[in-house]
Design a protein around this ligand. Structure first.
Ligand SMILES: Cc1cc2nc3c(=O)[nH]c(=O)nc-3n(C[C@H](O)[C@H](O)[C@H](O)COP(=O)(O)O)c2cc1C
Length: 188
């Protein structure tokens, strides 16, 4: 059970990253709702540098992204309903770099994650994948950064997970605010 030390909207505590998914398809309309939430994220100069490649279960693109995952992720992602590859444009059309591309895309991913949580979906980001392979299968342009693959699906049975993952199907804790937020300046 998660507890906030200071009062916040419960949606922040309810979101977590389960692994148990049902293997059902995710309708395209639901994928669109997640992407719509991401759309409204803030970004530097409203530049919106995030770029998502989504793939629905049952398609070649889904199988291709599944194939880029490390084995430890693939074992539970076989029951995902969709994948979303999060990338971002690193430069403007005139070649000037976008300094905030990763920060902005992080905000967009979190919007997607919170929307999914509100819809009762599993939404689980992964850095455990072969970035070059993902770039290849999703045709990500060279001037775009590849960040993570997000698994999305309907909740499934914990018993269907490999045994060692079952105890991890619980919301995790967090460091206290005092460990990462400092008034005025970093502590000496
Ligand atoms: C960028 C990023 C990469 C992650 N990579 C993986 C991964 O490869 N495999 C995995 O099982 N979880 C992965 N996670 C999930 C984190 O372990 C999880 O978000 C963290 O433990 C906090 O737990 P919570 O999301 O349930 O609150 C990743 C999360 C993020 C944001």
């Amino acid at each position: 059970m998660r507890h906030a030390d200071h009062e916040i909207d419960p949606s922040f505590l309810h979101r977590f990253s389960p692994r148990a998914m049902s293997g059902e398809d995710l309708p395209a309309s639901e994928a669109m709702r997640l992407l719509e939430a991401a759309r409204w994220a803030p970004s530097s100069g409203n530049g919106q540098p995030w770029r998502f490649v989504y793939a629905l279960r049952g398609t070649e693109a889904f199988d291709a992204l599944l194939g880029t995952l490390v084995e430890a992720n693939r074992v539970w992602c076989i029951r995902a309903g969709a994948f979303v590859l999060v990338t971002s444009a690193t430069a403007l059309p005139d070649g000037r770099p976008i300094a905030s591309h990763a920060f902005d895309s992080g905000a967009a991913w979190m919007s997607l994650a919170l929307q999914g949580s509100k819809m009762g979906l599993v939404v689980h980001a992964m850095a455990g994948f072969d970035q070059d392979a993902a770039r290849r299968v999703a045709a990500v342009p060279a001037d775009h950064a590849v960040h993570c693959v997000v698994a999305v699906g309907r909740p499934g049975r914990v018993e269907d997970l490999p045994e060692k993952l079952r105890p991890r199907e619980e919301p995790s804790g967090r460091n206290p605010v005092s460990s990462f937020a400092f008034e005025g300046r970093f502590p000496a």
